[in-house]
Design a protein around this ligand. Structure first.
Ligand SMILES: *Cc1c(COP(=O)(O)O)cnc(C)c1O
Length: 367
């Protein structure tokens, strides 16, 4: 076997991708079969069943979109939005900003509700925005990977439905690491990505649409402005008819199936508890080094820790030394938090006490 270059073996503790279990990689290396082969169709049915279990939903249209998390974002928004629709978009970090951008491109009237980076969105601000006019949807990020903030959703869900709007949730960095209760929380459409807490290589975006969201799609007055992500066609490929739309990424779906199997084998509750315990171990160890997190304790993600960089410490030099001397990848800050925070991911297979201890001892030596 020859590789073009020597691949290092990294401990992936950044904002994604996370480390991948060997059995997922083995599944992806199996010989491809046709995407309309009856065996593959059986696999697609398994995947839909597993994904509903992981997303805690009975939603019929619960499938992986071909593309990364951003394709999931675009798939959800382009199918729900018709030109002129009023969309309330919550922005408390980079990914809320990306949702507002996508909504605008599909012709929505975008009403932003903002919070300072490092804080959660205040439900009272969402209520005020909803009072401003008939609203099609409220879009919000559950786990803001740019700030490390976990956004409570239930109160916002209730007011969204009282206003007759749909709730759209980005659960890219929470699914598989934090509870994401799609049905219990009244989420109408959500999307995630494979390379964060699911620990599957990047390339697929799980999405789920509630009956109300499906109804909005199937009663559109205009055609979906994006051919590739048009659920009115994609649902016929994943449904009983198996109408060819685009070639499913067969080997990526082999890996997805195995990755979901591992999540369910561990058990959702046990997996959430593991993410929480390793986050707490990290926070305690950082405190001993005099390091603090950006978000308040009640709004912290277990999967992504935004650590304030102390004054006088060279952001880039530390991250470079971690990578080259310790084989540990962490992330830098995005946008306004550039140079101000490190983003330490503890996602999926990367969330282990060994990894936490390796990072803490490396930081102890470097700082
Ligand atoms: C990573 C991420 C995305 C985008 O996913 P890609 O796989 O990079 O396209 C969207 N939202 C959040 C919250 C993310 O963390």
């Amino acid at each position: 076997m020859s590789l073009v270059f020597d691949l290092p073996s990294r401990i992936l503790m950044g904002p994604g991708p996370s480390n991948v279990a060997p059995s997922v990689l083995q599944a992806m290396a199996l010989p491809a079969i046709g995407h309309l082969d009856p065996e593959f169709i059986t696999l697609m049915e398994h995947i839909k069943t597993q994904l509903r279990q992981v997303m805690l939903t009975e939603n019929e249209l619960t499938i992986p979109v071909s593309g990364t998390g951003s394709a999931g974002m675009e798939a959800v928004l382009c199918n729900l939005i018709e030109p002129g629709d009023r969309c309330v978009v919550c922005v408390h970090g980079v990914f809320g900003g990306r949702m507002a951008d996508v909504c605008g491109r599909y012709g929505a009237e975008v009403v932003k509700v903002e919070a300072p980076w490092g804080q959660a969105i205040d439900p009272a601000d969402v209520r005020a925005a909803l009072a401003g006019g008939k609203t099609k949807l409220v879009a919000i990020v559950h786990a803001e990977t740019s700030t490390g903030v976990l956004q409570p959703l239930e109160e916002i869900s209730t007011m969204t439905h009282e206003a007759g709007a749909l709730l759209v949730v980005d659960c890219v960095t929470s699914l598989g690491g934090h509870p994401v209760r799609v049905d219990d929380w009244g989420i109408d459409a959500c999307y995630s990505g494979t390379q964060k807490c699911l620990s599957i290589p990047p390339g697929l975006a799980p999405v789920s649409f509630s009956p109300a969201a499906l109804n909005a799609i199937n009663t559109r007055k205009t055609r979906v402005a994006n051919w590739y992500l048009d659920m009115t066609m994609v649902q016929n490929y994943w449904g009983q008819d198996r109408v060819y739309h685009h070639t499913a990424p067969v080997n990526a779906l082999f890996g997805f199936h195995e990755g979901l199997r591992l999540v369910l084998e561990e058990g959702l509750e046990a997996r959430w508890a593991r993410h929480r315990a390793n986050h707490e171990l990290l926070v305690a160890g950082l405190a001993e080094l005099g390091l603090e997190l950006l978000p308040a304790p009640e709004h912290r993600l277990w999967s992504l820790n935004a650590v304030k960089i102390p004054d006088g410490v060279d952001d880039l030099a530390v991250r470079k030394a971690l990578l080259t001397d310790y084989n540990i990848e962490i992330g830098g800050g995005l946008g306004g938090l550039r140079g101000k925070v490190w983003r330490v991911g503890l996602m999926g297979c990367s969330s282990t006490p060994n990894n936490v201890n390796a990072l803490l001892s490396a930081l102890r030596a470097l700082l």
